[in-house]
Design a protein around this ligand. Structure first.
Ligand code: SAM
Length: 262
C-alpha cells in the first residue's frame, strides 16, 4: 500500500466534481452498517447458496467456457506484464473469465460497468466484444486519489486495439452515470464493481434500473461486504440469480441469460 500523499489528495480535491466524490467515499467509511442481514449472516447465506462457476457456465456452453478460460490466461499474462512496469498496486480484478463468457454468450449491444481500476474486467469485456464483432462498453471509474497522476493508470492493462468500442468516464459514478445514461437506451449487461457501500449500491441501482430490461444480466462484485445483493433479490422478487466465488471474494449474478440467437 502506497504512503498517504497529502499533495496528491489536495490536487484531486481542488477539482469541484471530484471533491464531491472524494467526500462521499470518505464519508462512506464512517457510515453505520446497513442491510437486513448482518455481515456474518450474509456470508453464511452466500456460502449456503454457492454455485461453482465452471459447472454453471458449462451447462450453458462448455465450448464458450473453454474459450473464456483460454482468453483469460492471455489477459492475465499481458496485464501482469504491464502491471510489473508500474509502482502501485491497483486492486484486484473482477471475475473476468465470467465477464468474458457472458459477453460472448449474450452478444450484447450495450455493456455498462462501474469500477475499472487497472482494467481486468474492461479488458475481458472488450476482448469478447471484439470477437463478437458488435457492442459498446461504457465504463465508470474514479482515480485513486492518493497516488500521483492517477488518471493514467485507469484501464492501463487494456490494449489499444480494443479501445475503439470503449467509452471510459473517470469523474466518479455520481458524475459519470447521468452522462452515460443520457446516451444509452437499454443496458444488456451491467457489472457493478465500484462503490461497495450499501448506500452507494442503492443509489446506483436506482439510477440504472430503468435502463435494465427482463433480459438484462447484472453482476455485482464483493457481495460479502453487506447484504445489498440479498436484499435486492428479495425486494424485487427475483428468482433467476446465482452466487459464485472468485479468488477470495464472492459475486452475485441476476438474469435469465437469454441468448438472442436462441
Ligand atoms: C475493485 S476496483 C475495480 C476492479 C475492476 N473491475 C477490474 O476487474 O480490474 C474498484 C474501482 O472502483 C472505483 N470506485 C470506487 N468508488 C467509485 C465511485 N464512487 N465512482 C466510480 N468509481 C469508483 C475505484 O477507484 C476502483 O478503481
Amino acid at each position: 500500500m502506497q504512503k498517504f500523499n497529502f499533495i496528491n489528495v489536495l490536487k484531486q480535491s481542488i477539482k469541484p466534481t471530484r471533491f464531491v466524490v472524494m467526500f462521499n467515499k470518505i464519508r462512506g467509511r464512517f457510515l453505520p452498517y446497513e442491510g437486513t442481514l448482518s455481515r456474518e449472516q450474509n456470508l453464511e447465506w452466500i456460502k449456503r447458496n454457492l454455485t461453482e462457476v465452471s459447472v454453471f457456465a458449462k451447462t450453458i456452453s462448455s465450448t464458450l467456457w473453454e474459450e473464456a478460460i483460454t482468453q483469460s490466461k492471455i489477459i492475465e499474462q499481458k496485464a501482469n506484464k504491464t502491471l510489473e512496469t508500474i509502482m502501485y498496486p491497483l486492486g484486484g480484478g473482477a471475475d473476468y473469465p465470467l465477464l468474458y463468457f457472458l459477453t460472448r454468450y449474450l452478444s450484447p449491444k450495450t455493456v455498462l460497468e462501474t469500477g475499472v481500476a487497472a482494467g481486468f474486467s474492461s479488458y475481458a469485456i472488450l476482448s469478447a466484444i471484439q470477437k463478437n464483432g458488435k457492442g459498446t462498453l461504457y465504463s465508470s471509474d474514479f482515480p485513486y486519489f492518493r497516488i500521483k497522476d492517477p488518471e493514467k493508470y485507469i484501464g492501463i492493462v487494456v490494449e489499444n486495439h480494443l479501445r475503439k468500442n470503449w467509452n471510459l468516464f473517470i469523474e466518479g459514478d455520481e458524475n459519470n452515470l447521468p452522462k452515460i445514461l443520457k446516451t444509452v437506451k437499454n443496458i444488456d449487461i451491467f457489472s457493478y464493481d465500484s462503490d461497495k457501500t450499501y448506500s452507494g449500491r442503492s443509489k446506483t441501482f436506482k439510477k440504472v434500473s430503468e435502463f435494465l430490461n427482463e433480459n438484462s444480466v447484472i453482476i455485482i462484485d464483493d457481495i460479502q461486504d453487506n447484504s445489498f445483493f440479498y436484499d435486492y433479490i428479495k425486494e424485487n422478487n427475483i428468482s433467476n440469480w446465482k452466487v459464485f466465488k472468485f479468488k477470495n471474494k464472492y459475486l452475485g449474478i441476476i438474469g435469465k441469460l437469454v441468448n438472442p440467437k436462441n
